[in-house]
Ligand binder design. Structure first.
Ligand code: UT7
Length: 328
């Protein structure tokens, strides 16, 4: 019997309606459209407004659409993994809430962290359950409500992040699907990118709130360098392991953190930008949401058998690349 691959057989996404433009940010912090555009490539990002609206809201919207467009009975789903760093609650997991609201009664569910690499790590994890033959239908979500952990007085972070969610369905395929992944972590990266309070090291208190410690802290420059190095080396590894040259790859799907990072990675791997998915100008950095949101947007342009390389870098540090053959 031949190998069983975990193939993406559908993709869906959701972004909130509210558009936070660079012009509006100019009224909030000392910044300007020219700086943001030149240094990041971002023109606008989406923000989830409304009382008690968490990450699961966006995940539910994406998954409902995914089930509908793939004509899938929710009770057939075996497993739901949600990559996120902005879970609705510390517990239960957001994947749990999404499964309940979407009628996926027979699934087991869990969240996976890994920050901006959350979707890539979740995809590789979900794929194992299909490849082993144990399960037939797995949903992998990347979703983050970054606006819930951003200090809108900090111009170095508030201009970058946005809210959004994407989801894919994984099913067995004998020809196409996820071929290979190269994933890495380096815990020493905590110094440059983290959220200080709200975990067990520094639980929420009046003091942590007053000190604005429940938000993203980032030292951008070193993160930038590590991101370029991490994603380009991961792409190189995956290409070498699978005897791929740049011409063999139809699309590169990079995490959307900064247009300058994406362009540097493309240059180092010899990929023309025409074959690199970029939508950072519209959504900013949605953390675990960026890669599935790109796949969702480019779905109509993808053909069966296309070679895609997905790559991400994020807090942790975490990074990696996944080589897959598009299945429909
Ligand atoms: O997705 C997870 C991983 N994260 C990333 O990959 C992000 C990686 N880092 C970056 O994308 C970039 O480092 C940033 C976009 C965060 C910052 O860009 P930069 O080119 O590295 O700028 P910088 O932090 O070195 O700041 C340059 C100058 C500073 O002014 P001085 O000290 O030179 O006078 C900043 O204070 O730009 C200033 N600055 C701003 N000016 C206008 C910083 N933020 C802003 C702003 N508007 N929003």
């Amino acid at each position: 019997m031949g190998k069983t691959y975990a193939a993406i057989t559908g993709v869906a996404g959701y972004v909130p309606d509210y558009v936070l433009t660079n012009a509006e940010l100019e009224t909030m912090v000392d910044t300007n459209d020219a700086w943001i555009t030149e240094r990041t490539g971002i023109k606008e990002r989406r923000i989830l407004k409304g009382d008690r609206m968490g990450t699961s809201f966006m995940g539910i919207e994406a998954v409902k659409d995914l089930l509908k467009k793939t004509n899938t009975n929710p009770e057939e789903i075996d497993l739901v993994i949600c990559g996120t760093v902005t879970a609705d609650h510390n517990f239960p997991d957001t994947a749990n809430i999404i499964a309940d609201k979407c009628g996926m009664k027979n699934a087991f569910t869990f969240d996976l962290g890994a920050a901006c690499s959350g979707f890539l790590f979740s995809l590789t994890t979900g794929a194992q359950f299909i490849e082993s033959g144990r399960y037939k239908k797995v949903i992998v979500i990347g979703a983050d409500k970054m606006s819930s952990i951003i200090n809108y007085e900090d111009r170095s972070t508030c201009i970058i992040f946005g809210d959004g969610a994407g989801a894919v369905l994984l099913e067995p395929d004998t020809e196409n699907g996820i071929i290979d992944s190269y994933l890495r972590s380096d815990g020493s990266g905590i110094e440059f990118l983290h959220q200080k309070a709200g975990g067990s090291v520094l639980p929420a208190s009046h003091e942590t709130v007053d000190n604005k410690e429940h938000v993203v802290f980032q030292n951008g420059k070193p993160v930038f360098k590590h991101a370029v190095r991490g994603m380009s080396s991961a792409i190189r590894e995956v290409m070498k392991n699978n005897n791929l040259s740049a011409e063999d790859v139809n699309w590169v799907v990079p995490h959307q953190a900064n247009i300058r990072i994406i362009e540097s990675v493309a240059r180092m791997a010899d990929f023309p930008m025409e074959r690199v998915m970029v939508n950072i100008q519209k959504y900013g950095n949605t953390t675990a949401g960026t890669i599935p949101l790109c796949l969702w947007e480019w779905e109509d342009q993808l053909n069966k058998g296309d070679n895609l390389i997905l790559t991400a870098f994020g807090g942790g540090f975490t990074w990696g690349a996944t080589y897959l053959k598009w299945a429909y």
